[in-house]
Ligand binder design. Structure first.
Ligand SMILES: Nc1ncnc2c1ncn2[C@@H]1O[C@H](COP(=O)(O)OP(=O)(O)O)[C@@H](O)[C@H]1O
Ligand SMILES: [Mg+2]
Length: 388
């Protein structure tokens, strides 16, 4: 793997192309440069655009070093890199010459920076900083696990362990609950926008490129990703020109239901269908199969993907439901502790001291004596302290 490029004291960086290591495909470059040579050839620059980004979130691009490409999105390439000495992920908006970025993508970037920089939650990707010149980039914590999508692919066709799936779903639900409590709609909730920690035990929400602050009566449609998009976002009936469909934060609950279904089944929702047929099927109230899923999960999925957004629960309720389901699963798994039933010789081996009592129980078990319901009632009250 290529070594990170370390900035020496007083060294100034020039705009340069990435250095590819032939053996690994790793990239190292000082500065955010992952450009095509003719990036700027035929683009018409929108030099009029003035960024409206809080100066406190901007960082000096010279402190950012790129190491290797780790992901690619709809309008960006993401690199592993360093911000000073801190390993980070750097999302470089394409093309990397900021002047050549379309107005639409500049606005998207600006919104993403504004929203992500305000979010502080253990299940939301941590924002580190952003830069607009000469390259637009967003620096975040580096997630060393893969995306949830790749993780599911790598496990397929096996299903994830149920507790593991529900624990991921809880992470997502908590992140979404926080977002909605702050009047933010994500609008692009899907496995490729969910990132895992290195130990693959926790999941964090990323990609705020389509996220919006919810303003009542002003939320009109823009594309997300069909497979996870709520049916109210696409219409079965033609909409008159100039009229836009309205929606609210419940579109995220629908997307969550599809992600939850994937977590539980490890299958592709609406497999083999293209965007148009998925949109048509979802708007006709067709949903993924509920075969082989437990009753409580079926109930949760059905409510989350209900056609009427008002029927879909809030994430606060989903979090409670999932917490209860997970707790039940965990307690069903906990081996039933041996019953405190008999003390060998209450007079000689037992007193009010817990240790002596535990010793007595062990002795009883070793002797394999027949169990009898014999325990001074006052001791039963302390039974809990023997089974920690
Ligand atoms: N912080 C990060 N740590 C590790 N990988 C990341 C990180 N951010 C993004 N990625 C990778 O880059 C991909 C694209 O990032 P994303 O933010 O979704 O970009 P886009 O907005 O262009 O879709 C992700 O699917 C993931 O594979
Ligand atoms: Mg993305």
């Amino acid at each position: 793997m290529a070594e990170p490029v370390v900035k020496k004291e007083g060294e100034s960086f020039e705009l340069s192309f990435p250095l590819f290591d032939d053996n690994t495909g790793d990239t190292s470059c000082p500065l955010t440069k992952a450009c095509d040579a003719d990036d700027d050839d035929d683009e018409e620059y929108d030099n009029e655009f003035v960024f409206d980004i809080d100066a406190s979130v901007l960082v000096d691009h010279r402190s950012v070093l790129l190491q290797k490409m780790i992901g690619e999105g709809s309008y960006s390439i993401v690199y592993k890199g360093f911000y000073g000495c801190e390993p980070v992920a750097v999302k470089v908006i394409q093309p990397c010459n900021a002047l050549a970025v379309s107005r639409e993508h500049k606005e998207k970037f600006q919104r993403e920076v504004a929203l992500l920089s305000k979010m502080k939650h253990e299940n939301i990707l941590k924002f580190v900083g952003a830069s607009v010149q000469p390259t637009m980039m967003i620096i975040t914590e580096l997630m060393r696990g893969e995306t949830l999508q790749r993780y599911l692919w790598s496990t397929r066709p096996k299903r994830l362990d149920l507790k593991h799936s529900i624990s991921f779903a809880l992470d997502i639900s908590r992140a979404m609950e926080y977002l909605h409590a702050n009047s933010v709609i994500h609008r692009d909730l899907k496995p490729s926008n969910l990132l895992l920690t290195e130990d693959k035990k926790q999941v964090k929400l990323a990609d705020f490129g389509l996220a919006r602050e919810e303003v009542m009566d002003e939320m009109t449609c823009e594309a997300g990703t069909y497979r996870w998009m709520a049916p109210e976002l696409f219409s079965r009936d033609p909409i008159p020109r100039g009229v836009k469909k309205h929606y609210d934060h419940k579109v995220d609950v629908y997307s969550f239901s599809i992600v939850l279904w994937e977590l539980l089944t490890n299958k592709v929702p609406f497999k083999g269908r293209d965007n148009i047929t998925i949109a048509y099927a979802a708007s006709k109230n067709e949903r993924p199969s509920l075969e082989n899923l437990s009753e409580d999960m079926v109930a949760l999925l059905k409510s989350c993907w209900a056609e009427d957004p008002k029927v879909r629960p809030e994430f606060a309720e989903i979090t409670i439901t999932l917490t209860n389901i997970l707790q039940n699963l965990r307690s069903a798994d906990t081996p039933i502790p041996p019953k405190l039933v008999e003390i060998v010789d209450p007079k000689s081996t037992m007193n009010n001291d817990c240790m002596a009592t535990v010793h007595a129980i062990t002795k009883f078990n070793e002797k394999g004596k027949k169990r009898r319901s014999y325990l001074p009632s006052f001791l039963k009250r302390f039974a809990g302290c023997f089974y920690k």
